[in-house]
Design a protein around this ligand. Structure first.
Ligand SMILES: [Ca+2]
Ligand SMILES: [Ca+2]
Length: 284
């Protein structure tokens, strides 16, 4: 009996020992697994937040580029200013260019085509009451005598005037060949005319009136229609007769009383042909 109990105690001891030994083995295996798993999880969750925050927030804010926007605005403003300045400069330049390109106004009475439109003094509407009217040329004879010329001219249909008062008017006669500038710009002030009824006469045999340019005789006669007829002659007028096929004749009456008043002008371009004498020209 004692032996049986001893045997049972021994077996129980063995069981305890055996049980103690199994627990030890199991515990050792479980602890590492649990610990390592927990660590991995912790590490992973810790890594994610930092990555997201640092990557997104700062870059986005920075790349919103507040400075760039400001810089752009500044640039735009500068551009606008520059553009405005350029425009202003361009306008100024244009104005300068235009003003420097503009020809001078026609000066009436200097025998020059000041504004370059091909018309001189009283051929030019700028000097006349209205665009120059049409003149009827009845006779034109030119004969070169060295540096001077003999001239005879008869023309009518000068513009009607309220009354023929040569004492207050200046007679102007211009003669130009083809498309060239005038070879004759003669003027006779009214005070050199003698007036008798409807006729005014100028005679200057001695050439005492330089502005007449060698015209020694001129007569203005008021016709029944109210128009004027002009005849003039010069034995040695101050121009050389060129070879030409046409002549522009211009006649004007300018007021002496009111120098700024519009001038009555008439013009006519006539064909000429060689005359009988060498170098002479006359109407066909
Ligand atoms: Ca002129
Ligand atoms: Ca002109």
């Amino acid at each position: 009996m004692v032996a049986l109990v001893s045997a049972l105690v021994w077996l129980a001891s063995l069981g305890s020992l055996a049980h103690a030994g199994g627990v030890t083995t199991t515990t050792t295996t479980t602890l590492p697994s649990t610990t390592s798993t927990t660590l991995v999880t912790t590490t992973t969750s810790t890594t994610i937040p930092p990555s997201t925050t640092s990557t997104t927030v700062p870059p986005t804010t920075t790349s919103t580029t507040v400075p760039p926007s400001t810089t752009s605005t500044t640039t735009t403003t500068s551009s606008s200013s520059s553009t405005s300045s350029s425009t202003s400069s361009s306008s100024s330049s244009s104005t300068s260019t235009t003003s420097s390109t503009l020809p001078p106004p026609e000066e009436c009475g200097n025998c020059l085509d000041d504004d370059g439109d091909g018309l001189t003094d009283f051929e030019d509407a700028d000097c006349c009451e209205t665009p120059p009217g049409t003149l009827t040329v009845e006779r034109l004879t030119l004969l070169p005598i060295g540096a001077v010329s003999r001239i005879e001219l008869a023309a009518s249909s000068l513009p009607a005037v309220p009354s023929l008062v040569p004492s207050t008017q200046t007679l102007i006669v211009q003669l130009a060949p083809d498309d060239a500038t005038p070879i004759l710009c003669a003027s006779v002030d009214a005070l050199h005319f003698r007036t008798k009824r409807d006729r005014a006469t100028f005679v200057d045999r001695s050439g005492g009136v330089p502005s007449a340019r060698g015209i020694t005789n001129a007569r203005l006669q008021r016709l029944g229609t109210g128009l004027l007829r002009l005849t003039l002659r010069g034995a040695r007028a101050g121009f050389h007769t060129p070879a030409a096929e046409q002549f522009r004749v211009a006649v004007a009456l300018r007021s002496l009383v009111t120098p700024g008043a519009p001038v009555r002008c008439v013009t006519r371009t006539v064909d000429v042909v060689p005359g009988k004498k060498g170098g002479s020209l006359e109407l066909p």
